[in-house]
Design a protein around this ligand. Structure first.
Ligand SMILES: C[S@@+](CC[C@H](N)C(=O)[O-])C[C@H]1O[C@@H](n2cnc3c(N)ncnc32)[C@H](O)[C@@H]1O
Length: 178
């Protein structure tokens, strides 16, 4: 993982940002920038530890335009991510993402929101698979951080369907139907 917030300059490419709603996968210090710029931010944290989530809720709980949820990462996904890292991104046991996607689906359903933007920035390396999940949800704009490491994060296995891409400021943008 590179600099945690190197994606921030890429936000200037999003038009009418103050009217848009974003779902952020993986929260941190950069979440505050999203809260300042977007109409509403939904952060979903599925991580090995609750430490950073607790810091975020401590810092952001008073912002009415921030909604969040935490789950401790399940052991299958943790083990698969370790194997993925050791293989340089070649071994990707996508089936071990099923609990993550189930929880993420529940979060989306319980909030009943049409997201304008998805932001893939979680602390484990199955990010290309997560972009594919958000493409299936037809989120019109998906941002994915650390695009300079496509093999490790799986950006080389994204099924673009009717999306086009652009890279800017360590971020790959996926635009629907352009
Ligand atoms: C790439 S960071 C996510 C960052 C968030 N979107 C941001 O830009 O600040 C991915 C994960 O690392 C953890 N994390 C966040 N900020 C951190 C920090 N400053 N130091 C260590 N871990 C952090 C969290 O568990 C988070 O889900």
């Amino acid at each position: 993982m590179g600099n945690y917030t190197s994606w921030i300059p890429s936000l200037k490419d999003i038009s009418n940002i103050q009217e848009k709603t974003i779902i952020e996968l993986g929260c941190g210090t950069g979440t505050k920038t999203l809260i300042d710029k977007f109409k509403h931010v939904y952060s979903f944290e599925y991580a090995r530890s609750k430490e950073w989530y607790d810091k975020c809720t401590g810092d952001y709980r008073d912002f009415n335009n921030w909604t969040s949820k935490f789950y401790l990462m399940d052991s299958e996904l943790n083990n698969s991510d370790m194997e993925l890292i050791k293989s340089g991104g070649k071994i990707r046991k996508t089936e071990d993402l099923s609990l993550f996607f189930k929880r993420l689906d529940e979060f989306i359903i319980e909030n009943n929101v049409k997201f304008d933007v998805g932001f893939v920035d979680q602390g484990f390396h199955f990010r290309g698979e997560t972009v594919n999940f958000l493409i299936k949800k037809e989120i019109p704009l998906i941002m994915a951080h650390d695009c300079e490491y496509p093999a490790m994060y799986g950006y080389d296995i994204v099924n673009l369907s009717n999306y086009t891409t652009k890279d800017a400021h360590h971020t790959r943008f996926y635009f629907k139907g352009a």
